[in-house]
Design a protein around this ligand. Structure first.
Ligand code: CDP
Length: 245
C-alpha cells in the first residue's frame, strides 16, 4: 500500500534528485565480474547496487525438481542486511519470495529451456544497496549473467518501472518516490520480440495514467537495453584484446 502523497516534484517540474519526469537514473552495467560463477553481472541504477550470478546448466538437485522436458530456473532474490537503512533480517521475507518468483517468470520466456531437459540453473540476485526498483535492476543484471553463462536465449530481458508521484507520471522511481508516490508499475521486456514478461502495479492509476506509465516504462526499457548490449560487447571486446596480446 502506498503512503499519502507529499511534495516530490518542485515548481520547475523536477524531482527530488533533479531528474525530469521521463529521466532514468544513471545506469552502470558490468558483465563477468565473479570468476566462480558461470555467468555474472553487476548493476548500479542510481543508488541501487546489485549482483547477479548464474550457475549451470547442471544436474538438478534434489532430483524430483527436475523436469523431463525442460531446464528449471531457480531464482533467489535476496537483500543483504546492510542494503537498507533499517537492518533487514537475512532470512528470506515474503517480499523476497515473491520477487524471486516474478523475476524467474520474467526470465524463463527468454531462455531455450526446452533444449536442456532434466537440468537446472541457479540464479542469485544479491542486493547490496537498495533504493527502489531493485526487482527491475535485478532482472536487467540477471539477463546479462545468463547470457554470459552461454545459455542460449531468444532475446535479452530488460526491466524498468514507471509510476505516479504528485499527479505526474514519472520514470524509474527511487525509494522515496516508490514509498510516498501513488503508484509504481514495474515492467520487463524482451526488446526484440517486443514481448512483456513482467507487469505489476502497486497503487492506483486510472486507465489513461496506466497506459502512459506503461509506455514510459517501455521507453526506459529500450534505453537500458542499449546499455545492456554495450556491456556485453565491452566484455567480449576486452576478452579479444587479452587473447590478441
Ligand atoms: O525494489 P522494488 O521497487 O522492486 O520492490 P519494493 O517492494 O517496491 O521495494 C521498494 C524499496 O523499498 C526497495 O527498493 C528498498 O529501497 C525499500 N525496502 C526497504 O527499505 N526495506 C525493506 N525491507 C524492503 C524494501
Amino acid at each position: 500500500m502506498k503512503k499519502k502523497n507529499k511534495k516530490l516534484i518542485d515548481k520547475k517540474g523536477l524531482r527530488m534528485d533533479g531528474r525530469k519526469p521521463d529521466e532514468l537514473r544513471s545506469v552502470k552495467l558490468e558483465v563477468g565480474i565473479l570468476p566462480n560463477a558461470d555467468g555474472s553481472a553487476y548493476i548500479e541504477m542510481g543508488k541501487n547496487k546489485i549482483l547477479a550470478a548464474v550457475y549451470g546448466p547442471k544436474e538438478m538437485h534434489p532430483k524430483h525438481l527436475a523436469r523431463s522436458d525442460r531446464m528449471v530456473l531457480r531464482c533467489r532474490y535476496h537483500m543483504a542486511p546492510f542494503s537498507v537503512q533499517e537492518r533487514k533480517s537475512p532470512a528470506p521475507s515474503r517480499r523476497e519470495v515473491e520477487i524471486s518468483k516474478v523475476i524467474r517468470d520474467s526470465l524463463v520466456p527468454a531462455i531455450f529451456v526446452e533444449n536442456y531437459p532434466r537440468t537446472g540453473i541457479d540464479l542469485f540476485i544479491e542486493v547490496l544497496q537498495a533504493d527502489g526498483g531493485t526487482r527491475c535492476a535485478g532482472i536487467t543484471a540477471a539477463a546479462l549473467a545468463i547470457a554470459e553463462a552461454g545459455i542460449p536465449m531468444r532475446d535479452l530481458v530488460v526491466a524498468c518501472a514507471a509510476g505516479k508521484v504528485d499527479e505526474t507520471i514519472v520514470l524509474d522511481l527511487m525509494d522515496t518516490e516508490d514509498k510516498v508516490g501513488s503508484a509504481d508499475v514495474p515492467v520487463a521486456l524482451m526488446p526484440n520480440l517486443n514481448a512483456i514478461t513482467l507487469l505489476q502495479m502497486d497503487g492506483i492509476l486510472n486507465p489513461d495514467e496506466f497506459e502512459e506509465a506503461l509506455n514510459l516504462a517501455l521507453k526506459g526499457c529500450k534505453k537500458i537495453y542499449e546499455m545492456q548490449r554495450e556491456a556485453l560487447k565491452t566484455k567480449y571486446v576486452n576478452l579479444k584484446e587479452v587473447e590478441e596480446q
